[in-house]
Design a protein around this ligand. Sequence first.
Ligand code: FMN
Length: 324
Amino acid sequence: MIASTSSLTPALLRQLIAAAVAAPSVHNTQPWLFRIDDDVIHLYGDASRQLQAQDPDGRALLMSCGAALLNLRLAAEHFGHTSTTTIFPNADDPLHVAVIDLHGQASSTGMVDELFAAIPHRHTNRLPYEDRPVPPAVLEALAEAASQEGAIFYPVTDAAERRRLVDLIHDADATTDPEVMAEARKWTGVDDSRPDGVPADALGPIPQSPSTPHRDLAPGRVISGRGFAVFESDPTLAVLTTGRDDRASWVAAGQAIQRVLLVATVEGLVATYANQPLEAPGLRWLVRDPDQPISFPQMLFRIGYAPAAPATPRRPVEDVIIEA
Ligand SMILES: Cc1cc2nc3c(=O)[nH]c(=O)nc-3n(C[C@H](O)[C@H](O)[C@H](O)COP(=O)(O)O)c2cc1C
């Protein structure tokens, strides 16, 4: 039950949280909880949904919460409410990720409405992409989106640098920890009756060429109906980094990736990720292009044009709201 003492109606609060939970999350773990307190929404990380083997520091969990927070902020603004966000408001509770105060009224701008409208159309797309370059002006718009949330986004345009990155992706594939693999089995290629996890039909095909920079979320597993395909020969790769590498930066990175993805959706682009070298402690720092300013890699994207990918499920809004 949603509390009704707020000047925001229960239906509107529900819409804001529904927008938030449409965000991407690592392995679709949906590691978030919300508490409503009049016109204030509290966002918490859900430690019971943290990937303990793959994500021991909770970086991916906090990026997932950050992505949900960006959606919530956009939805609030779209419906005419300003949102004042405080990150980690309670030093004694590291899972209290943000407080979003919705007291003010504001009229939304055209871009906010466009990004809000893009929320249900953004899906991680693991299909082969068209052999068609992303125009530099569009890549600049993605970089601008990341910078609005305090992050850096750069496409990897230099051929030698791209080869180096692709090698890192393959090195990470070759060194995956058995515990990480066992944990991933619980969340990927799952039965589509589940309200979370990555269902088999969202895994996409397996690239025919082993040199494709890709992340197979179910490596070595036989999944009925899953075949091989030829992927684009020259994928557009991009890296998102932050100036620091603390918990607040991970929440900022999550907001930045979601703003980047929504701008990409508006531009008719799709995206997926090949984050495996970012999860390998010995490889993560090598992802940064040495010619870029010193910063901390948070996300490695493959971006392009492709047919629509299937949506993944979400838990019902009621299941992510905790009582005050
Ligand atoms: C922090 C983070 C890391 C992710 N890493 C990967 C990845 O390396 N490879 C991948 O295919 N998807 C990755 N994803 C995408 C999730 O699997 C995806 O968001 C989730 O399954 C929900 O599906 P949707 O994005 O289509 O809504 C990541 C998402 C987040 C937020």
